[in-house]
Design a protein around this ligand. Structure first.
Ligand code: SF4
Length: 334
């Protein structure tokens, strides 16, 4: 079968369900080797903690296929193991993600345990799960520990955003953003950082981060009087629910083609997997959230945080697959 390399195409639809493998695409590892590149670890500075796949939304771009019915939720016992791991191996940044971490019953326990251990503690939120009186105490805890909030907000066009995340989600998200601004988040001088994350609402790459940030800042202020600190743009990774949507709508070939064609060698050095370790909801180590979603553990063998003797050293190989093309497309997105 003719291989897809930057510059020549031809992918067969209905690509094998292999984990992120795009039949016909030049394997990512080969694309690196052909250019004399390698993707290996640098010094690990970030711990990403995935608290599970429970979520109140079913976003179209979700590589984890998180949703209301998911039962993979980090237990208090595993959280205690993660806290002891972070105490043994200090990290500069700890990034709590999911699913919707806000819905995980023992999240306050995890926040309290990790807050003293990292100069920068981040909590991802889809905003919708932060809505309501039941979350007031969580918000107070975030303020008390100066937790950085990273909020998903795909577009300032409500119908586009709702197409990706569900009807009415943008309206709820705006209400929560206003509540966060009232609490000091995203407001100059408060030290309470509120950043937004935007994924494209379809099978195309994001616009440049700088121009997207200018547009979001202008629109959010003009339309809703909402402020934030930074905006980050990410390409959708052709895994999970996004892959299913691409295949169902006949966009898979074209989207993978775009990712492969816009491969950017200079993005390699800045990839998050070089400085990050990801811990799954049940306590095992992965090179990133995408490798976690396809079940490829760090070093290709499952090691629980309780059993780690040393962190993977600089120079160690990172598990790669064709989904990595989403991270190296255009200006690079992790
Ligand atoms: S998916 Fe992205 S972050 Fe994960 S290993 Fe590949 S390049 Fe690195």
């Amino acid at each position: 079968m003719e291989r897809i390399v930057a510059g020549n195409m031809g992918i067969s639809p209905g690509i094998g369900a292999g984990v992120g493998e795009a039949a016909g695409a030049e394997p990512f590892a080969d694309a690196l080797e052909r250019r004399g590149l390698s993707l290996v670890r640098g010094e690990i500075t970030t711990l990403q903690v995935n608290t599970g796949y429970l979520c109140d939304l079913r976003c179209r771009h979700c590589h984890l296929e998180a949703g209301p019915g998911r039962t993979e939720i980090m237990s208090r016992e595993t959280m205690a193991a993660v806290v002891s791991f972070a105490r043994r191996f200090p990290f500069q940044v700890i990034d709590i993600t999911g699913g919707a971490p806000e819905l995980v019953p023992d999240l306050p326990f995890l926040l309290e345990g990790l807050a003293p251990l990292a100069p920068r503690l981040m909590l991802r939120t889809n905003l919708s799960a932060l809505n309501g009186a039941a979350r007031e105490s969580l918000l107070a805890l975030c303020v008390a520990h100066r937790v950085v909030l990273i909020a998903s907000f795909p577009s300032t066009n409500p119908s586009q955003a709702d197409a990706q995340r569900g009807a009415g989600v943008t309206e709820t998200s705006i209400a929560v953003l206003k509540k966060l601004n009232d609490a000091g988040y995203g407001v100059e001088g408060t030290g309470l950082e509120l950043d937004l994350v935007s994924n494209p609402v379809g099978a195309f790459l994001p616009v440049s981060q700088a121009s997207a940030e200018r547009k979001f800042r202008h629109d959010l202020l003009r339309k809703w009087g909402v402020a934030f600190n930074h905006l980050y743009t990410f390409a959708n990774v052709p895994l999970g629910r996004f892959r299913t949507w691409l295949l169902r709508t006949g966009n898979y070939e074209r989207y993978v083609k775009t990712l492969v064609e816009t491969f950017n060698p200079s993005a390699i050095d800045r990839l998050m997997c070089r400085t990050l370790l990801s811990v799954s909801w049940d306590g095992y180590l992965y090179d990133c959230d995408f490798n976690l979603s396809v079940g490829r553990p760090n070093g290709e063998r499952k090691v629980h945080v309780l059993d780690v003797r040393d962190l993977p050293p600089p120079g160690d190989p990172i598990a790669v697959g064709e989904y990595c093309y989403a991270c190296t497309a255009g200006s690079g997105f992790t």
